[in-house]
Structures are given as structure tokens and as C-alpha cells.
Design a protein around this ligand. Structure first.
Ligand SMILES: *[C@@H]1O[C@H](CO)[C@@H](O)[C@H](O)[C@H]1NC(C)=O
Ligand SMILES: *[C@@H]1O[C@H](CO)[C@@H](O)[C@H](O)[C@H]1NC(C)=O
Ligand SMILES: *[C@@H]1O[C@H](CO)[C@@H](O)[C@H](O)[C@H]1NC(C)=O
Length: 111
């Protein structure tokens, strides 16, 4: 009985803790892959995309408040040059993608 309680308490608590503290792993991976596929970032707008802060605080990112998942990716007029990583399709909560006035080439990945 006591063992069962501890099991439910700790194992049941784990996923929500992980989500709140680390954010969603899938979103972080997708964003970092997106950053990697950018070959030129003259204004350094993606320099804030590093482990020192949660991805919801990265430049151009808007998260949904409830889920803390990427809802908006807005990097217009940043003179970014590169390809758009297919990993962007893994941002399952993404609603708005604004990459106007940059020079991306290749196809826009579907999901
Ligand atoms: C992150 O999101 C993916 C896809 O929506 C989901 O499968 C996964 O369980 C989530 N992980 C966490 C830690 O919330
Ligand atoms: C990491 O991001 C922070 C802002 O969140 C920035 O001040 C810092 O310079 C960045 N570090 C690197 C190595 O770019
Ligand atoms: C994300 O997307 C890539 C390429 O589209 C895929 O290979 C990968 O398995 C996906 N899933 C996760 C969790 O990153």
C-alpha cells in the first residue's frame, strides 16, 4: 500500500516536472536543428538560442502559456540565410511561422 502510494506519487509526478522545468524536448531539438541549418545570421539574432535560458525566452519565439510549447516563430527581416530544417515540422503546437524577408532556399517542410 505504501509502496503503491510512492510509486504513483513519484512516477506520476515525473512527466509534468520534466515538462515544466526542461520544456518539451521535441521543441528544443527542433529549434536547435533549425538554428543549425542557418548558415548566416549577420545580426546574431539566434545567439540567444542557447542553453542559458528556456526556449520560450529565445528571440522570435512565442510559447503557448498553458503548454509552454512553441506557438509562434517570428524572425522576419533578420537577413538569415540557409535552409529551413524539416525538424520545424516537429513543432506540433506551431501556429504562426513568419520568416519574411530572409533568404531561405529549398522547400518549406510539411508536417
Ligand atoms: C513533447 O511533445 C511531443 C509531441 O507533441 C510528445 O510526444 C512528447 O511526449 C512531449 N514531451 C514532453 C516531455 O512533454
Ligand atoms: C546566450 O543567450 C543569452 C540571452 O539569453 C545571451 O545574453 C548570451 O550572450 C548567449 N550566449 C552565447 C554564447 O551566445
Ligand atoms: C523530427 O523530425 C525529423 C525530420 O523531419 C525526424 O527525423 C525526427 O524523428 C523527428 N522527431 C523528433 C522527436 O525529433
Amino acid at each position: 500500500m505504501r509502496l503503491l502510494f510512492f510509486y504513483v506519487f513519484f512516477v506520476g509526478l515525473k512527466p509534468s516536472l520534466a515538462t515544466n522545468i526542461l520544456g518539451n524536448e521535441t521543441d528544443v531539438i527542433a529549434l536547435l536543428r533549425f538554428k543549425e541549418s542557418i548558415s548566416n545570421d549577420p545580426y546574431g539574432v539566434l545567439s540567444s538560442w542557447n542553453a542559458s535560458s528556456h526556449f520560450c525566452n529565445w528571440h522570435g519565439i512565442t510559447c503557448s502559456i498553458k503548454h509552454q510549447r512553441v506557438q509562434q516563430l517570428s524572425l522576419q527581416q533578420c537577413q538569415l540565410h540557409g535552409t529551413i530544417s524539416p525538424y520545424i515540422g516537429n513543432l506540433s503546437f506551431l501556429r504562426t511561422l513568419n520568416l519574411a524577408s530572409n533568404s531561405f532556399y529549398g522547400e518549406i517542410p510539411g508536417r
